[in-house]
Design a binder for this molecule. Structure first.
Ligand code: SF4
Length: 172
């Protein structure tokens, strides 16, 4: 809802605090997600994320949330889906050139970032382009997964041992 989206930007500082605590708790639950199976929890968690973030931010479920780097203004609401904005078409009144009735999400984003602690710096970091393969997936689970990478596989003793018939030329 547009008015709630604007409210979220106005309360970016509080939401930043809440999200940082929420993320810590969600990531700490990694053993639970792993035990149940990330793919099994994907559907219900994505549905929950869609409802809550849809209400607060007009979330489009891009699957790679950047809210903490965009002043709590979802950049997927930009008609051009720009991850590093604003573009050159912002109107003099701060509205979007494509949707004149809407405030530019990046004008909102910079205003929101000014209210944040980490967000102030984060909005200046260049974001990767949107990866469309992640659309519809839970970005909460992605963060939990990314922050708990599987341990590297131990090298196989056979592969590690030098081969007796090795054809590698020896140094003279
Ligand atoms: S950046 Fe992506 S996941 Fe985050 S609110 Fe926007 S569409 Fe949703």
């Amino acid at each position: 809802m547009y008015s709630v989206r604007l409210w979220s930007v106005r309360h970016a500082r509080g939401l930043e605090k809440f999200y940082s605590a929420f993320e810590k708790a969600f990531v700490a639950l990694h053993p639970v997600w792993n035990w149940i199976g990330y793919e099994r929890v994907e559907k219900p968690i994505a549905a929950l994320e869609k409802v809550t973030k849809g209400f607060l931010f007009d979330c489009k479920m891009c699957g790679q949330c950047a809210l903490s780097s965009t002043g709590m203004s979802c950049s997927m609401n930009c008609p051009k889906n720009i991850r590093n904005g604003p573009c050159g078409g912002v109107r003099a009144n701060g509205h979007c050139e494509v949707k004149p009735e809407m405030r530019c999400v990046w004008v909102e984003g910079f205003a929101g970032s000014e209210r944040m602690v980490e967000g102030k710096k984060a909005i200046r970091i260049v974001q990767l382009p949107v990866d469309r393969r992640l659309e519809g997936r839970s970005s909460w689970l992605k963060v939990a997964r990314d922050k708990n990478p599987p341990p590297p596989k131990p090298a196989s003793p056979v592969a590690a041992a030098p081969s007796a018939t090795s054809s590698t030329p020896k140094a003279p």
